[in-house]
Design a protein around this ligand. Structure first.
Ligand code: NDP
Length: 337
């Protein structure tokens, strides 16, 4: 198996030298095990947290271990009746080309229902994050204004489209003209703005003439502060991610201090609620697969994927994810479909 292992804890932006790429023998299969060949590896912002030993909601990857991550794989050897050779599965085998795992740690995928790669994006964890965070916490009502940043990514694009499916007005924020055009033309956002524009605050104001009822927080930083200033009374802020800060080594200069935010929470009766998508899986994942599967099948929800070739390019692609180089769900093609 070709494997990418964490060699050092990155300081700031991850460097190539923080990882090693080498090959290892795959172990023999035990009873109930399958040998998996990786087709797609998902690269996701949470991985920056796993590279670090700062306290978080999940344990870090140990130095010398294979980087973690969700994968879509094909079963190439099987000791499990439920997963015959040739079955496609969703697994959590990380940044490597082959792995032996118990079959029960995999979920079977049906390529006839949807392209297998979607199990890592629009019909996978990012899509579910959007679905659960928006509907359970954001609770958009018809005619309300929903704002989301990183809006061209898998979470943000799903947030905007689900908001519209529920009758809300969706305003997307992304970096650069290409992504802004995609927000309008592919995802159907009512308004789309570029956070790199020098006129960002004025453009946000013009795009939200009635204020903001739901701000789905993906990025934090200056973008988050600008949107929070436009919140309406009884607004809701599902806090999903803070990707603007993931490489930060110290607090940002000029950041609005906590007390100013709390004053706004008080005077506008805002609800701010963080979440990790796992908490909603037991209760809502089946609904998600049914409802989102229907929307994707009907074309109500569109998605895009940004596929990078080869494990040797994973670290560089991951760097690009934190700075917005990716356009759509970032995947590494590890083996042939
Ligand atoms: P994306 O593919 O959208 O990638 C992240 C994007 O963030 C980049 O493409 C970039 O887009 C944007 N970005 C980076 N820095 C900044 C900045 N300073 N200001 C504004 N935008 C910035 O990622 P995902 O859709 O996979 O994830 C989106 C968020 O959701 C992340 O914060 C992630 O951690 C979080 N998440 C949380 C989960 C949970 O359970 N709570 C589960 C899954 C994801 P652009 O070019 O537009 O700037």
């Amino acid at each position: 198996s070709t494997q990418v292992r964490l060699a050092r804890r990155p300081v700031g932006e991850p460097a190539d030298s923080d990882f090693t790429i080498d090959t290892a023998e795959v172990p023999a299969l035990g009873d109930g095990d399958v040998l998996l060949r990786t087709i797609y590896l998902s690269l996701d912002p949470y991985m920056r947290g796993r590279m670090s030993d700062a306290k978080s909601y999940a344990a870090p990857v140990e130095l010398g271990d294979v980087m973690v991550g969700s994968t879509v794989c094909e079963v190439v050897e099987s000791n499990a009746e439920s997963r015959p050779v040739g079955t496609y599965v969703l697994a959590f085998t990380g940044w490597q080309s082959h792995a032996v795992v118990p079959a029960r740690q995999t979920r079977r995928l049906d390529p006839a229902t949807a392209p297998i790669s979607t199990a890592l994006g629009v019909l996978g964890m990012p899509g579910f994050t959007a679905y659960a965070g928006l509907l359970q916490i954001g609770k958009p009502q018809e005619g309300e204004t929903v704002v989301v940043a990183a809006a061209a990514g898998p979470v943000g694009s799903a947030v905007g489209q689900i908001a519209r499916a529920k009758g809300a007005r969706a305003v997307g924020i992304a970096g650069g003209a290409e992504k802004v055009k995609i927000l309008r033309d592919v995802y159907g956002f009512d308004e789309a703005i570029d956070h790199r524009s020098p006129e960002f605050a004025a453009e946000l104001k013009a795009a939200t003439p009635d204020g903001v009822d739901v701000y789905f927080e993906n990025v934090a930083g200056t973008v988050g502060e600008a949107v929070v200033r436009r919140m309406n009374t009884y607004g809701r802020i599902p806090v999903c991610g803070l990707v603007a800060d993931y490489n930060a080594t110290e607090p940002r200069e000029g950041a609005e201090p906590g007390p100013a935010l709390l004053r706004r929470v008080l005077t506008k009766s805002l609800t701010i609620r963080g979440f990790i998508q796992d908490e909603f899986v037991a209760e809502h994942h089946a609904d998600f697969l049914r409802e989102m599967g229907g929307w994707v099948g009907a074309g109500t929800v569109q998605y895009r994927e940004d596929v990078v070739d080869g494990l040797e390019n994973a670290v560089d692609a991951f760097r690009g994810l934190l700075t917005g180089r990716n356009v759509g769900k970032l995947l590494v093609q590890v083996g042939e479909d």
